[in-house]
Ligand binder design. Sequence first.
Ligand SMILES: [Zn+2]
Length: 375
Amino acid sequence: MIDPYGREEMKRDSKERIMKRHALLLLSVVALGAMPSMVWAQGTGYPLIIIPTGKGPYTFPPGYTTPWDKVEINVTEKMSANLFVLHGSQGVDPAHPDASGGRAMALFGPDGVLLVDTQNRQVADKTLAAIRSFTNAPIRVLVNTHIHGDHTGANAFFAKQGALIYAQENLRNEMLRPPPRANGEAAPAPDIAAVPVVTYSYNPATRGQPAVTFNMNGETVDFIPMMPSHTAGDTIVRFRNANVIYIEDFYRNFGYPFADQNNGGSLAGMLDAIDLFEQIAGPDTTLIPGHGTLIKKKDLQPYRAMLVDIMAKVKMLREQGKSLKEVLAANLTAPYDATTQGDTQQSKDRFITEAYDEVRDFPPVVDGKRAMPRR
Ligand SMILES: [Zn+2]
């Protein structure tokens, strides 16, 4: 059994703190005894869902922007005694109304904290406070699953806490030389403190194999570089003992698929990413998307089928000479709306536009980016 506090930390504890902890433990045992049997049954195994992801539907008034002071960062899932998931609260963030920001994970214990992603910059203090609610261990390692701000926004903050940042080289390139903004303006210069220090690359010949493996806190953690899928700098993170893989954003079950093509993403790459799971995950492995609900690998299949169907239909229409506007008007996602939460018009249009841009004259990845047509 893994000791979540770590032996070293226990030694440092004063007798008084140990007694307090003992009293708290007794209290929690009493409290568990008083809980209804259903809650107790869930408590016998992992994962433990602490705060379920919101379901919506959500509406925001025009011009609404996220009130960051209202966003809470909580432990939402426990994957083992010392592997916790952090996520934001629902109903406040229009980019992610079901749970603000992107999931972060913390493996903790006597060897220090290993973090997966860092949430939005604006809530960095809250993310750290959430981590400090369960461990005092130093923050030593951070791996970024992809470049988006809800996953890397607090990189500089956590680097200052002592984290060494790992990521694909493409992610580092995307950060150092960001693609121009939609309006054609140059993106602002990056904060150098936020840029990954240790890099590795995806190699099709070693597809699915870890680029880095950490043995710490009783876990074996694999950083597995992914093919260009959500972006060209994706990494998934496998925790072998907990039987968990953080699969970031190439899959989602709130809103339609998003391949960030400017940062090298690709819908076809998402199919390749899904197929890799036959090789690297068992039927009971818990897959943790960056957003939405936890899944198993069988849940990837309907998503895969939808990608194949939509890409084929868009390809056919584009080959018939249809414009993007005409393809959008064909409402190709209609058969999937009933089973897709967060199926906003913006989410549908983004997905169809990606398919339209990908099925013909799709630019190659250069330095982690693609020179996509401006729209
Ligand atoms: Zn995300």
